[in-house]
Design a protein. Structure first.
Ligand code: C5P
Length: 308
């Protein structure tokens, strides 16, 4: 077996995300939906470590949360990212082994796969000495998937188009979140398909102006009332238990609850750390809940944490 050289590694930390607002428009000719969404990056991180490999070899291993359901063939978004990067900016002999350590739920609506794609782009760019700028990385990220650019950028941002066109949004202070993972998963295409089946083709997208103002002013009362997700009912229909988690978590101390992206992870906004700890304990007792994580947001996007 060909050996993998370990004398040089680049480790990237990449956050998950929650959509504070997700407004879905009509299906476009390319199959994607026009949308307007407000993303927030949260401190639930995957880590991707890239080490050099000889003769153009690309490989991946996955550990951590839900690792067994992540593919390790070329359908893995991190491998696709490395392949796209060397095709556009490198040479075919560049190789890498990617070790993904997951904490962001797989197929949970928190952009776990997209995060790994973004992290692999950054890690391989540094590993191979390509040192691309943010604009070049964002361009490749948009080709890989709608949420990949946001995983690179982080913070808070308004996403338009299919979600890949980003404008940073002002967000004062930090917010406390609790994420409840369901037993099931929801595939993003299935959530959009269900949305289409329950709406005419003429649903219009709305820009979350009031929510953006509330975030800029750190007005948590307004933020909590203005959280909105057009895909929430689809996630409820497609995954048993989501409904109960949304309701019961509010009684246990969350100030607002929302399905994260296409779900089925449920995000709870909390008033402070103490409430978040209490809610974490309460949610952990629900049989509909597989795991509970506490996180803060906004946090920065993908970044190198060690390189040797
Ligand atoms: O871009 P990404 O590969 O993450 O999207 C996964 C799937 O989600 C797409 O194939 C499409 O079915 C659906 N999608 C959509 N409209 C968007 C984003 C995603 O219909 N704006």
């Amino acid at each position: 077996m060909e050996s993998i050289e370990l004398d040089g590694a680049v480790r990237v930390q990449v956050p998950g995300k929650v959509n504070l607002s997700l407004s879905v428009g009509p299906r476009r000719l390319d199959g994607y939906h026009e949308l307007v969404t407000l993303f927030m990056a949260v401190s639930l991180y995957d880590h991707v470590t890239a080490t050099p490999a000889r003769r153009g070899r690309l490989s991946v291993e996955v550990s951590g949360e839900g690792a067994e359901s992540v593919p390790t063939d070329m359908s893995n978004l991190a491998l696709k990212a490395a392949d796209l990067l060397r095709e556009r900016h490198g040479t075919p002999d560049l190789g890498a082994h990617l070790a993904i350590d997951k904490r962001i739920p797989v197929a949970g609506g928190m952009a776990g796969g997209s995060a790994d794609g973004a992290a692999a782009l950054l890690a391989c760019s540094v590993l191979w000495g390509l040192n691309l700028g943010q604009a070049e990385l964002l361009e490749l990220a948009a080709e890989l998937g709608s949420d990949v650019p946001f995983s690179l950028l982080g913070g808070c941002a308004l996403g338009t188009g299919r979600g890949e066109q980003l404008a940073p949004a002002l967000c004062k202070g930090t917010y406390e979140w609790v994420f409840a993972l369901s037993h099931g998963t929801v595939s993003t295409p299935a959530a959009f398909k269900d949305f289409d089946a329950h709406h005419g083709g003429d649903h219009v997208v709305r820009t979350p102006d009031r929510l953006m103002k509330a975030l800029a002013a750190h007005n948590i009362d307004d933020v909590r009332m203005l959280l909105h997700n057009d895909l929430q009912h689809s996630a409820i229909r497609l995954c048993a238990g989501v409904d109960e988690i949304l309701d019961e978590g509010l009684e246990m101390g969350g100030v607002a609850s929302i399905v994260s992206g296409s779900g089925p992870t449920v995000a709870f906004l909390c008033a402070d750390t103490e409430d978040a700890i209490g809610l974490t304990v309460g949610l952990s007792t629900m049989h509909q809940v597989r795991a509970v994580h506490r996180a803060k947001g906004p946090v920065p996007g993908a970044r190198v944490v060690t390189a040797s």
